[in-house]
Write a protein that binds this ligand. Structure first.
Ligand code: AMP
Ligand code: ZN
Length: 483
């Protein structure tokens, strides 16, 4: 397998530490809101990678964290430690406790993962009844359940001389790591510009780029709801330590692959790497791999803190099948930016439906997989997950003069990685061809329902009925039936 290694700055052969086994850690969701299409992309991408390793015969040991404490609103842009805790802020908005917010949104993550055929980190299909209580058994690790491991790791970092303490916090002194900015190649002064105002919040902080390992329940955070005892006083962990502590305590001091979005390169992963060196005197991650952003049409990043969000249930309500979203995201290489728009999604929907129709024409008997094609499929995967190559290969195979049942068996075999539910889709009845005027009306109805304008919603329902379709309001959104 070859992947783009961010530190090597090139596509690199992945040589696992233990032959035949891949240890992989994926930065997971911060559970203060539903996932938007950008987060979803990250998880679809790394699910494809996970499935590709399984298809290629590797044994995969994987962990994905769930951030339920300590991620500051300001962390994303500058790596400032002094914003508001995202969980706390949302808890206040919804009138709930932070832990209830976490539980609520973990369940939405599980719903979306299930709908999108994303495997659990442990490599299993996510069971229908799995909820926030048992996620740990499936390889999802909650930060609040690893406070002890974090404290242990911070103690090591402290003992090795990489920290200093102020009234407010225990900091990591980044000047102690000689190649601290290795990911970006920036010098420390450039990096400091973004976080300069921090010295106003904690005058004892030495270098603006230093980051918090443990924040004390003091000053601005005097009333922080989630808090634990520690050698540095009552408080809560900085955001970055959770990933270092969970990855190394579960995968070992050395592990193969660490995934995340490109937004994590300059701060979160830079700091994770520094912490690993601080604790173990050596880096822990062999290959860092990053997915590019999903952006709006104007190239601005889609993010849940900015409000311009797109959730899976909303897209389903607009008439998309979750498999359309999966197809859309997997058809583009993880290192390419994706411009998100409804038109682009419609293109993916059409392509996926055409594929399903074509597969139906192959009949309903499965033959044998065609080794030449499974071999080429593996090569495309191993080539830095060349998914456009995979889709081209499928098209080529569909044109081959070979037994139809073997072509079918081969493409269904590819679906172990694509996970587009192809077998289920071809046996399901033909999807309804919904006229675009009806889709537009459905979209409008969804919006007016959100504004609680039920009178208008009923009017649109009648209008759609006059055009020959009945609208049903289900927990998963609007459904259409032909009258
Ligand atoms: P968060 O829940 O904000 O901690 O993000 C979870 C994951 O989604 C991280 O790996 C982010 O890098 C990734 N992510 C967030 N927004 C986007 C986006 N617009 N495009 C791609 N990945 C994203
Ligand atoms: Zn992380």
């Amino acid at each position: 397998m070859k992947l783009y290694s961010t530190l090597d700055r090139k596509v690199t052969e992945i040589v696992p530490i233990k032959k035949g086994q891949i240890s992989m850690y994926s930065c997971g969701p911060t559970v203060y809101s539903r996932m938007q299409i950008g987060n979803i992309r990250a998880y679809v991408n790394w699910d494809i990678l996970h499935r590709a390793f399984l298809y290629l015969g590797y044994n995969v040991k994987r962990i994905m964290n769930i951030t339920d404490v300590g991620h500051m609103t300001s962390d994303d842009d500058f790596g400032s430690d002094f914003g508001e805790d995202k969980m706390d802020r949302q808890a206040q908005k919804e009138g709930l406790q932070p832990i209830d917010i976490a539980n609520k949104y973990i369940d939405t993550v599980l719903d979306d993962f299930r709908d999108l055929n994303i495997l659990s980190p442990s490599g299993e299909t996510i069971p229908e009844d799995l909820n926030y209580e048992e996620v740990g058994e499936y390889g999802f690790t909650r930060a609040t359940e690893y406070i002890e491991e974090m404290i242990d790791m911070i103690k090591k970092i402290e003992k090795n001389g990489y920290t200093y303490e102020t009234k407010q916090a225990l900091y990591f002194d980044v000047t102690k790591i000689k190649d601290y900015t290795i990911f970006t190649g920036q010098n420390l002064d450039e990096k400091n510009v973004g976080v300069r105002e921090e010295v106003d919040v904690d005058p004892q902080k030495r270098n603006p780029a230093d980051f918090v390992l443990w924040m004390k329940r003091y000053g601005k955070y005097k009333n922080h709801i989630m808090n634990w005892e520690s050698p540095w006083g009552n408080g809560f962990p900085g955001w970055h330590i959770e990933c270092s502590a969970m990855s190394t305590s579960l995968l070992g001091e050395y592990f193969d692959i660490h995934t995340g979005g490109v937004d994590h390169i300059p701060v979160h992963h830079t700091n994770e790497r520094a912490q690993n060196i601080g604790a173990f005197n050596h880096p822990s991650v062999k290959y860092w791999v990053h997915n590019e952003w999903v952006v709006n049409k104007d190239e601005s990043k889609i993010s849940k803190s900015k409000g311009n969000v797109t959730y899976l249930p909303t897209l389903v309500e607009l008439g998309f099948d979750p498999m359309d979203i999966r197809y859309f995201l997997l058809s583009i290489n993880y290192r390419t930016r994706i411009q998100f728009s409804i038109e682009a999604l419609e293109g993916a929907k059409n392509a996926r439906e055409a594929l399903v129709r074509r597969l139906r024409e192959l009949g309903d008997t499965k033959g044998d997989v065609i080794p030449e094609y499974t071999g080429r499929f593996k090569k495309e995967l191993e080539n830095n997950l060349n998914m456009s190559g995979v889709l081209a290969l499928i098209n080529e195979l569909l044109k081959e003069d070979l037994p139809q049942k073997d072509i079918l068996a081969t493409i269904l075999d590819f679906d172990k990685v694509l996970a587009l539910n192809l077998e289920e889709c071809i046996t399901k009845k033909e999807p309804m061809d919904i006229p675009s005027e009806i889709n537009a009306l459905l979209e409008k109805r969804m919006l007016v329902k959100e504004e609680k304008n039920y009178e208008e919603a009923d009017r649109i329902r009648n209008q759609i009925e006059n055009m020959g379709y009945r609208v049903l309001d289900t927990p998963k959104g609007q459904k259409l039936e032909k009258i």
